[in-house]
Unconditional design. Structure first.
Length: 276
């Protein structure tokens, strides 16, 4: 079986490629980082059409997105909205044309109407529901990241602690989040694929560890590996506005996360400590 991974060079996409490579499962990668012609924003992209037509299953992970720092800077811009509208319009059109089974990577922020990112993900969910695919809602997935401009909070803290010996936070750190290590995320996606025909479309698939941690506690966990001064800001969270969703536990009937936050941070630390 051949799986097409759209967004194969992103944090989750890259980890998923490695996951399937280790299982000797055939995959096709597609990401603008690797080739300018692999741009989902291009209308009538024959390369994309050929890939979707020949694939047996599609992971739609691609999106113009990053961590809170990136979203705060860009999500209210024309280009951010335009990029993601084009990505979705072109991709969903071809998924419909060739009637391919697929998973769309959404976010637990899709019910946050004040967030352009959340609203765009909700549009993607509607497309997916119409086409009969499966929506998965990622919470705060963390792992090895290549594009540090778009880095998420844990990687951001680790890089700051390593390079500057200071973690200057965007918020006061009191907001709570649920985190999930990328390897566990890949297992969740694979489990969802393997149960594609039996998973209820009436329930929500929330891919998270179902445990709450404050951002400040995450920063302190990072300093156990890279000693650094933690400097909280005075501001509250301006991206999610401290809204707390409740994760539907439905996926736990099929899959269980394995990696604790402390163990996940240690794994990322072991990767970045070798880099200069």
């Amino acid at each position: 079986m051949s799986y097409l991974i759209l967004g194969s060079s992103g944090q989750i996409g890259d980890a998923l490629c490695e996951y399937y490579d280790n299982k000797n499962i055939s995959i096709e990668k597609f990401d603008i980082v690797d080739n300018n012609f692999q741009d989902l924003r291009i209308n009538s992209n024959t390369i994309l059409e050929d890939k979707i037509r020949s694939s047996e299953f599609v992971f739609f992970l691609a999106f113009d997105v990053g961590g809170s720092r990136y979203l705060k800077k860009y999500e209210n811009t024309f280009d951010f909205v335009d990029n993601n509208v084009k990505i979705m319009s072109n991709t969903f059109e071809l998924l419909k044309k060739y009637n391919k089974p697929f998973i769309f990577a959404s976010s637990q922020m899709s019910n946050m109407g004040y967030s352009p990112y959340g609203q765009l993900k909700r549009i993607g969910e509607i497309y997916t529901e119409i086409l009969g695919g499966i929506v998965v809602k990622f919470w705060n997935v963390y792992g090895i990241e290549k594009d540090l401009e778009k880095s998420h909070v844990i990687t951001d803290f680790i890089i700051k602690a390593k390079n500057k010996k200071v973690i200057d936070m965007l918020t006061d750190g009191t907001e709570e989040r649920q985190f999930l290590y990328s390897d566990d995320c890949c297992e969740a996606l694979d489990t969802t694929l393997n149960n594609y025909n039996t998973i209820s479309r009436e329930r929500e698939i929330h891919i998270t560890n179902h445990k709450w941690d404050t951002i400040l506690s995450v920063a302190k966990e990072v300093t156990k590996h890279f000693p650094a001064q933690v400097i909280p800001a005075e501001k509250k969270d301006e991206v999610q506005k401290n809204k707390k969703n409740e994760a539907d536990p439905y996926i736990l009937e099929f899959w269980t996360p394995k990696t604790s936050l402390a163990d996940g941070i240690e794994k990322i630390y072991n990767h970045y400590k070798e880099e200069k």
